[in-house]
Design a protein around this ligand. Structure first.
Ligand code: AVI
Length: 324
């Protein structure tokens, strides 16, 4: 369920410009294009969100556990970047597990503002934090965190610390990542701090394995978008006729996920027919990886000043503190 948060993401401005907000229009736009594409935000229906939770526990999928280990080990240092009586604003809150590590280590926090498009999910998470941490004001905001939104009146005069863990920023095209950080700066305001989790460039074999797990959960996650089109848009995709294909594109510094047609076939979905050649793919996701320097440059471009970076002993993952 946590990954419902990601349903708010505009993964690519180009794709978003081509498709309206409806899933059907998006599918028609993406499958009519050459090469074919779908936005990764459509992975996260209930089934996809559960599969993503399973991915985070896979032995090959290092990002979640590595980021958690950094947050646990460096919580005290991170709390040094949290001003007295500040509000922690989490962009796209899924599970509040990571935010709680920061909250526990920073008793000077006065408020926690989880922001998510899914009001129902947000209310449940907020209630749990309220119960466990009764001394801070929990002020959920149901909004698309990639767009401008208003912070609650109660924190207007407080210093703000943005929090964007999970390397979700890697699922944005780099120019959209820059735009997101710029927009987050507008929402948080001058003098703010931002804590961002970013996956790092590493050995290709490690990256490839993380998106091609032996148990096939990532394959199921990818194929679920076809099942979702069948469920919601009257599609007749035969899932066995497509295969999961994920690889690290060295030139673009990104994992690409595709669904490859195993044969030449015609599929009907959203009332339209689409031809697939054998070997043709639907590009379903990019997951960009950065170096500490390349992320620092991106943040600078967005108007943020880099303050510090925490990493793990393998340099697999990074957590950055930025200042506005
Ligand atoms: C949500 N996001 C950071 C994940 C990633 O690693 O890019 C989504 C994912 N796709 C396949 N496995 C995990």
């Amino acid at each position: 369920m946590a990954a419902l948060a990601r349903s708010a993401l505009r993964y690519s401005a180009r794709h978003e410009a081509a498709a309206s907000d409806s899933f059907a229009d998006h599918v028609v736009a993406g499958l009519s294009d050459t090469p074919k594409w779908l936005s990764a935000k459509y992975f996260y229906d209930a089934a996809g969100s559960e599969l993503f939770e399973e991915i985070t526990r896979l032995p090959e999928y290092y990002p979640t556990r590595t980021e958690l280990s950094i947050l646990e080990r460096c919580a005290k240092d991170i709390s040094g970047y949290v001003p007295l009586s500040a509000a922690l604003v989490e962009f796209g809150t899924g599970s509040t597990k990571k935010a709680r590590l920061v909250i526990d280590a920073a008793p000077q926090l006065a408020a926690y503002v989880p922001v998510d498009i899914s009001a129902e999910f947000l209310a449940a998470e907020a209630a749990a934090v309220r119960r466990d941490v009764p001394w801070i004001a929990v002020l959920p905001v149901a909004a698309d965190f990639t767009r401008d939104f208003d912070l609650p009146q109660q924190i207007r005069s407080r210093p703000r610390v943005g929090f964007f863990p999970g390397s979700t920023i890697g699922n944005f095209e780099p120019e959209d990542a820059t735009e997101f950080l710029r927009q987050a700066g507008r929402v948080l305001g001058p003098g703010s701090t931002m804590i961002v989790g970013v996956d790092l460039i590493k050995d290709t074999a490690v990256l490839d394995a993380a998106y091609n797990d032996a148990a096939g959960v990532t394959a199921q996650f990818n194929l679920n978008i076809l099942a979702r089109m069948n469920r919601e848009l009257g599609g007749n995709f035969d899932l066995a006729s497509f295969r999961h294909h994920a690889f690290y594109n060295v030139g673009h510094h990104r994992i690409e996920m595709h669904l490859e047609s195993r044969k030449s076939q015609t599929v009907t979905v959203a009332g339209r027919r689409f031809e697939f050649r054998k070997g043709e793919t639907i590009h379903t996701e990019n997951s960009y990886k950065y170096t500490i320097d390349s992320f620092r440059a991106l943040a600078r471009e967005a108007g943020w000043r880099w303050a510090t970076t925490w990493t793990d002993e393998n340099n697999y993952f990074s957590v950055h503190a930025l200042r506005l």
